[in-house]
Design a protein around this ligand. Structure first.
Ligand SMILES: C[S@@+](CC[C@H](N)C(=O)[O-])C[C@H]1O[C@@H](n2cnc3c(N)ncnc32)[C@H](O)[C@@H]1O
Length: 227
């Protein structure tokens, strides 16, 4: 496995963000892995345990409905939703991420494809009963975070659920960090857009030192207001 240089990574991301090219660098993270999904530095290589817990505890009646994984990376969470009974679409802006998913899961039932959250196919609007977001908002800067949140909400069918998993921070702290964790006010933006918070957890992960996280679920009402 290649040595990961955190300082060089942050500098690279910042240079793209400073040029207002916030998504132009993602594919390089996957091509740097040179064909081995295990070398994608941010991939946990196992499903998010908070997602698994939600999938097994939820009495959500759409358990055989349509789900979408936003910025699906190397696919662990999309595969978990598929195993739970959903018909899953999983997309990423990185062509190499999607190629790695297809190679990793040759017999998958998940529909993997390259797509941009900021320009998704119109037929996806309000099409999904479950939208899953893990760590995508936090790697985007400024106005693109709001755009991403609103696009995710647009994917969600009335009465559907969105699950949001991310790093967290206290308001006013780490303001120049890359990735930039969400504070409570930012994640509450899903509520301000008219969704109902169904569950909210703040927890520290198992890294040393531990990294604070949020895992939240929101339900879309029959009618919702634009963000
Ligand atoms: C930090 S990674 C997280 C990957 C995966 N969700 C995980 O938890 O391992 C963020 C992902 O979002 C993807 N992404 C960023 N902007 C995107 C966009 N506009 N449309 C689709 N995918 C995007 C990136 O390519 C990357 O795979």
């Amino acid at each position: 496995m290649k040595e990961f240089d955190l300082a060089a990574y942050k500098e690279m991301v910042k240079s793209f963000q400073d040029r207002d090219e916030p998504t132009a660098w993602f594919d390089s993270i996957y091509t740097d892995a040179e064909g081995d999904y295990r070398d994608v530095f941010w991939a946990d290589l196992e499903p998010n345990p908070y997602l698994l817990s939600w999938l097994s505890n939820s009495d959500f009646e759409h358990a055989e409905g349509r789900a979408i994984a936003v910025g699906c990376g190397v696919g662990d969470d999309a595969e978990a939703m598929s195993k739970a009974g959903y018909e899953v679409t999983a997309f990423d802006i990185s062509p190499e991420a999607i190629r790695l998913c297809k190679e990793r899961y040759p017999d998958t039932k998940v529909h993997y494809l390259v797509a941009d959250l900021f320009d998704f196919p119109p037929q996806w609007t309000e099409h999904f009963n479950l939208v899953y977001e893990c760590n995508t908002i936090q790697v985007l800067p400024g106005k693109y975070r709001i755009k991403a949140r609103n696009a995710m909400i647009s994917l969600l069918a009335p009465q559907g659920y969105i699950l949001v998993s991310c790093r967290s921070r206290l308001k006013g702290e780490q303001e120049d960090d890359i990735p930039l964790p969400l504070d409570k006010e930012e994640i509450d933006g899903f509520i301000r857009c008219g969704l109902k918070e169904e569950s909210f957890e703040a927890y520290d992960d198992t890294q040393d030192p531990p990294v604070p996280h949020f895992f939240a679920s929101y339900k879309k009402p029959v009618m919702s207001k634009p963000g």
